[in-house]
Ligand binder design. Structure first.
Ligand code: HEM
Length: 422
């Protein structure tokens, strides 16, 4: 995404970027974004309904709530959910999908071709973001109606407002130094919002489809808080925003936590501190100078491969140590959008699971029945989707195809009862 992206910098630069971007993701801002989240989760519901009604297999990744992040970052939706994708998102996908082949390529011609395609995509994404920044600056320059950082509607707005507050608006355009600082970060947020949550939701629906008793309990939780129809549920959600919080939806939250335990959608690159040549652990020294150290959340989380959401409920015993669950990592450098991602995924579940039965479409799936590892048998059922690989985040390998049924306007039998056994 570029040299100044928040996830890749340290020290004072990280601090100032965090100061600039952090308020856009505070719990107060997240709650203020609930109407946007609900709006796009409703589009997800409609898209899902259209997809199941075709009777054909579909990929959830393309349907989920990807427009929430563009609405938050740019102040408007890229309409990727309605149109299947958007040119900007296509370019982000290109950048991510070619990064690894570019690094691996040894043939200079192949390398050059990949570089050229990536450069084209990068130029287009940068030009798009520059245009939005400059047009916002033009709008606010000399105006009496400049929002404050608190009232600004999007991350991009907030960045421009901060710039005007700090250096005034005498210049006719935003300067190159500012563009170089904020563009990679806006690109990073827009791109980061695509893979991670969509992949986590894909795994959630996949796991729910394989565990009917858990799905049934989830539906009961939703039915106990929300009315039976979609329209009434969205209205109720908007008038009672606390109902999508983790304390109101403990089982929904536990399901998402358990999915992220088994399939953490991000990872944590760390540079060795200066003057540190080795990392000592359990009597072994590992050379780290000049290297990236990546704690492997996937392995850290894998004390059991069973999908058992109860593990993270308050009353569950034995309790895992609270530091062992770290799909968003922990501490100062943890995911800036953790609260929002969880809120967005909970809302998506509340607005879909009572109305749809989904199952994986396993026809022709690669890797099925192979039983590649001893610690999990999921690949025997779902094939290669049981493994993650690098994409916009850590995505399921290959596309996960689903098919499904609409359970009716009242969510089947009111959404309350599921008949499945685990
Ligand atoms: C299920 C969804 C997500 C997961 C599991 C996830 C996970 C992570 C992880 C593991 C990190 C690294 C933390 C570290 O280095 O300690 C991270 C950082 C970050 N994430 Fe997320 N993420 C998710 C969604 C998102 C979304 C949707 C966005 C933005 C639109 C986002 C923006 C960021 C940013 C900006 C950082 C860098 C924070 C910093 O270095 O200070 N994340 N995320």
């Amino acid at each position: 995404m570029g040299p100044n992206v928040i996830a890749a910098v340290n020290g004072p630069l990280w601090k100032s970027l965090h100061h600039m971007m952090g308020p856009s993701f505070s719990p107060v801002t997240v709650k203020a974004q609930i109407p946007t989240i609900v709006e796009h989760a409703t589009v997800f519901h409609e898209k899902l309904r259209q997809a199941v009604e075709t009777g054909k297999p579909f990929s959830l990744v393309d349907l989920t709530t990807s427009d929430v992040i563009s609405a938050m970052v740019l102040g408007f939706s890229l309409q990727a959910q309605n149109n299947g994708c958007s040119p900007l998102l296509e370019d982000y996908k290109t950048l991510f999908s070619l990064a690894q082949p570019y690094m691996d390529a040894w043939n200079p011609l192949t390398k050059f071709k990949l570089w050229r395609t990536m450069r084209g995509a990068r130029k287009r994404t940068d030009a798009y973001v520059h245009k939005e920044l400059q047009s916002k600056y033009r709008l606010y320059r000399g105006s009496d109606a400049v929002p404050t950082r608190k009232t600004a509607r999007s991350v991009l707005d907030r960045m421009v407002v901060q710039k005007i507050e700090e250096t005034g608006d005498a210049a006719p355009y935003l300067d190159q130094a500012f563009l170089k600082l904020v563009t990679p970060n806006l690109n990073g947020l827009l791109a980061g919002g695509q893979g991670t949550t969509a992949d986590a939701l894909t795994y959630t629906y996949l796991l729910l489809s394989l565990h009917p008793a858990i799905l049934s309990r989830l539906r009961s939780e939703h039915a106990s808080l929300f009315p039976p129809t979609l329209t009434d549920t969205t209205t109720h959600m908007l008038s009672h925003p606390h109902l999508t919080s983790s304390s109101s939806l403990p089982y929904t939250t536990a399901i998402l936590k358990e999915t992220l335990r088994l399939f953490p959608a991000g990872f944590t690159p760390r540079e060795a501190p200066p003057d540190t040549s080795h990392l000592h652990f359990n009597g072994t020294s590992y050379p780290v100078a000049g290297k990236m150290v990546i704690p492997n959340q996937h392995a850290l989380h894998f004390d059991s491969t069973h999908f058992l959401p109860d593990r993270s409920l308050e009353e569950y015993e034995p309790k895992a140590h609270r530091f062992t669950w770290r799909p968003f990592e922990r501490g100062l450098r943890s995911c800036i959008r953790q609260e929002m991602a969880m809120e967005e995924m909970r809302t998506a579940l509340v607005l879909t699971v009572r109305w749809f039965d989904l199952e994986p479409d396993l026809e022709g799936v690669k890797g099925k029945g192979e039983g590649k590892v001893r610690f999990s048998d999921l690949d025997e059922v779902v094939g290669d989707a049981a493994w993650q690989e690098m994409g916009l985040g850590a995505s399921p390998r290959g596309e996960v195809w689903m098919r499904g049924w609409y359970r009716g306007e009242l969510g089947g039998d009111g959404g309350e009862v599921g008949d499945g056994e685990e």
